[in-house]
Design a protein around this ligand. Structure first.
Ligand code: ADP
Ligand code: ADP
Length: 229
């Protein structure tokens, strides 16, 4: 599904910062992986490369056989729209749009007609348990519900890869666990590959594999300690 080969990412500025200093790993289709590490260890940089938002300074980011590093901006944009969906710590919902319209947004932007989009939206809302909330505005929902709207919005495109940036970061632990249970059930039901950057031990425990970064390198890569599945 996704393979990183000796990926280096440096940011040029007054001085050069090497955010990733040679990272290699593969993620198979259908895996659920947590990426952890101290602040500044390169987690966001890694997520941006896997999402085709940025390109490495050297090395390869192979997705379904093609190297994102060699793709044009246009090619990567297509990849982002068709292969990847995202959820964030702060949900990133449009405050003036109803839940239903928020969830439909990626489909409408991709040019899908209102009728077909509506069907997918209703299905996704049911999948996250929000079929009764379609007409609400994001402000009228709790944090956990907002994250579920964001997850529904990630589901509608049916992208095979879901990238999550601190998906439980703004939630109390009970609400966080609900979101993790939901992500696991989506993973089980749809076979979606999920990669999440997190500081939350519960979130890591919901995953099958933990990649630990330190100073831009993979320090550990394996089973999540204490989790048997
Ligand atoms: P994390 O997500 O683990 O906190 P980041 O990937 O954000 O780590 O950052 C890794 C390193 O790269 C840090 O030293 C950070 O300051 C630096 N960095 C990240 N993004 C940029 C950027 N756009 N320009 C310059 N330096 C950056
Ligand atoms: P397009 O060029 O198709 O319009 P964008 O460049 O707008 O695509 O990116 C799609 C969306 O994904 C944007 O809202 C962007 O901010 C978001 N995004 C957030 N994090 C990532 C990531 N790690 N990788 C790729 N896209 C990301």
């Amino acid at each position: 599904m996704l393979q990183l080969r000796d990926v280096v990412k440096s940011y040029e500025g007054k001085s050069t910062v090497t955010a990733l200093g040679g990272v290699s790993f593969s993620i198979a289709a259908g895996e659920m992986v947590a990426i952890m590490g101290p602040s500044g260890s390169g987690k966001s940089t890694l997520l941006n490369l896997m999402g085709g938002l940025d390109v490495p300074t050297s090395g390869q980011v192979l997705v379904a056989g093609s190297d994102l590093a060699l793709e044009s901006e246009k090619g990567r944009s297509l990849f982002r729209r068709t292969h990847v969906s995202y959820i964030f710590q702060a949900y990133h919902l449009m405050p003036t749009l109803r839940v239903r319209q928020n969830v439909a947004l990626p489909l409408r932007l991709a040019g899908m007609g209102a009728k077909e989009a509506e069907l997918r939206v209703e299905r996704a809302l049911a999948e996250v348990g929000l079929e009764k909330r379609g007409d609400h505005l994001p402000d009228e929902l709790s944090g956990g519900e907002r994250q579920r709207v964001a997850i529904a919005r990630a589901l509608v495109t049916e992208a095979p890869l879901l990238l999550a940036d601190e998906p439980t970061g703004n939630l109390d632990s009970a609400r966080g666990r609900e979101i993790l249970a939901l992500l696991r059930s989506i993973h089980a039901r749809r076979g979606t590959t999920i990669v999440m950057v997190t500081h939350d031990r519960d979130a890591a425990s919901a995953c099958d594999r933990l990649i630990l970064l330190r100073d831009g390198r993979v320090e550990e890569d394996g089973a999540v300690p204490g989790v048997t599945r």
